[in-house]
Design a protein around this ligand. Structure first.
Ligand SMILES: C[S@@+](CC[C@H](N)C(=O)[O-])C[C@H]1O[C@@H](n2cnc3c(N)ncnc32)[C@H](O)[C@@H]1O
Length: 433
């Protein structure tokens, strides 16, 4: 669990300027750009260059702070010391005050939108808002992926496969924190463990292993007796205790899905996104709506309700298992159907279009060609939900070039203490209204 690279590499003194997308801060050293992790904007720090970058021929270097020489007023005591230099990745802003993190994310978002030369919004008005009621950015993760190395459980380091000790993970929801997984050991064939804390059923561990395992092999401590356990190998999934299905409540709606599948991670995210997307989509009775990259149907249910039985809601999802979950979650709506397909293939084959569409792709985004095709098929409005602002900015530029304009842009801090953020954008044909 030690990382030799944490003690190798040349040490430089630099002063950081702005944040870069990806959790680092930009500095210059002898004319070369250095991306510094563990800093804040405007700090002077001593930083160690990553050994793999430490070549004079390299165009840029990445480095980690080893000493803060002149701290930023935004620097605070880290909420998670194990996430610092040479430690685990995944909480790169843990040493920055929460309101400053949101300011930094706003700057990054505005810079990416400016760089994409978007012309239909006032970029200066875009800002990252906290999730309602999230005052400290702690205890929000309803899903945590742990890694295992030689039987010990931890999390991977920044740009490294080394597994580091986790300590008390302050971002984990209480049921996951209570498991104290970093105190246990597991058989060496285990590669990762997903800890899941659903809102309407008990906690679950999905153990990803190279070999089948029994509960006896795992020898989990008594404090985990109430936790459901499933083991996933290449051959499939074995439920060892309880169920691998979980239930999530969002307002009045309940969803059932495979516990190892995709669900919005922040405890408030399902409520925030369903509310905001429904409002921004503005679907009307009798219309046709496509929910693209629909997952287990989280955003589909509100749209199905809005279009009513005289309308049509089609959820398109690439994972067969998530598609089956969506079918179950939409079974009360005869106007809803689920297509298990790649969105690009679906768009290529579609001959009739939709009045409104929702797009909620993974980090890679929709892609320029596919978004152009989807917008050709859309008559009134598109809502784009994105967890990666760089691909969002690229796709929005393609949308503007295709004759669409941005009419609303919201961004939320659904990943506090990390560099990630969630955006929701409404697009309409530029000729509308
Ligand atoms: C960010 S999740 C959103 C899921 C859902 N909208 C939600 O909020 O729970 C993205 C989903 O897209 C699916 N997906 C990824 N690439 C896809 C593709 N090319 N075509 C269809 N679905 C895809 C993933 O399986 C995942 O369920």
């Amino acid at each position: 669990m030690t990382d030799a690279s944490a003690t190798e590499g040349r040490i430089i003194t630099v002063t950081t300027s702005k944040a870069a997308n990806g959790g680092t801060f930009v500095a210059r050293h002898e004319g070369r750009v250095v991306f510094v992790r563990g800093a804040a904007p405007g700090e002077t720090v001593a930083a160690r260059v990553l050994p793999e970058d430490d070549r004079d021929s390299a165009r840029f270097w990445r480095a980690e702070v080893i000493e803060v020489i002149d701290p930023s007023p935004d620097r605070v005591e880290s909420i998670w010391p194990e996430a610092g230099t040479g430690g685990l990745g995944g909480a790169d802003f843990a040493h920055i005050a929460l309101n400053a993190q949101r300011r930094i994310k706003t700057d990054i978002l505005q810079e990416l939108l400016t760089h994409a030369r978007l012309s239909t919004i006032d970029i200066a008005d875009v800002s990252v808002e906290p999730a309602p009621g999230d005052f400290d950015g702690l205890g929000w993760r309803s899903r945590v992926r742990f890694s295992a190395d030689g039987g010990r459980i931890g999390m991977r380091g920044w740009r490294s496969h080394t597994v580091h000790g986790v300590g008390d993970n302050p971002l984990a929801a209480e049921p996951i924190a209570q498991m104290h997984l970093s105190d246990i050991t597991v058989p060496e064939c285990v590669g990762a463990i997903d800890a899941v804390a659903p809102s309407a059923s008990g906690p679950l561990l999905v153990i990803r292993s190279h070999q089948p395992l029994t509960l006896e092999d795992l020898a989990l401590p008594r404090r985990l007796d109430d936790v459901d356990v499933a083991v996933v190998t290449r051959r499939g999934s074995d439920v060892l205790r309880g169920s691998e299905r979980v239930r999530e409540r969002v307002g009045e709606d309940e969803f059932e899905l495979y516990g190892g599948g995709f669900w919005q991670i922040h405890r408030s995210a399902p409520r925030v996104l369903t509310t905001v997307v429904s409002r921004m989509l503005g679907a009307q009775e009798g219309e046709t709506v496509w929910d693209l990259y629909g997952g287990a149907g989280l955003l589909s249910v509100g749209a199905a309700r809005a279009v009513g039985e005289s309308g049509s809601l089609v959820s398109v999802e690439g994972s067969a298992r998530a598609s089956r979950d969506a079918e179950g979650n939409l079974s009360a709506f005869p106007q809803a159907s689920v297509v298990a397909a790649d969105v690009t293939d679906f768009a290529a084959r579609a001959d009739t279009g939709a009045d409104r569409i929702i797009m909620d792709p993974p980090r890679a985004g929709v892609g320029e060609k596919t978004i152009r095709r989807l917008l050709e098929l859309t008559r009134q409005r598109a809502v784009y939900v994105s967890c990666e602002p760089s691909t969002l900015a690229r796709d929005l530029r393609a949308a503007e070039q295709a004759g669409w304009r941005i009419i609303d842009f919201r961004a939320f801090d659904l990943f506090p203490h990390t560099h990630h953020l969630e955006s929701v954008v409404t697009l309409e044909p530029a000729t509308a209204g």
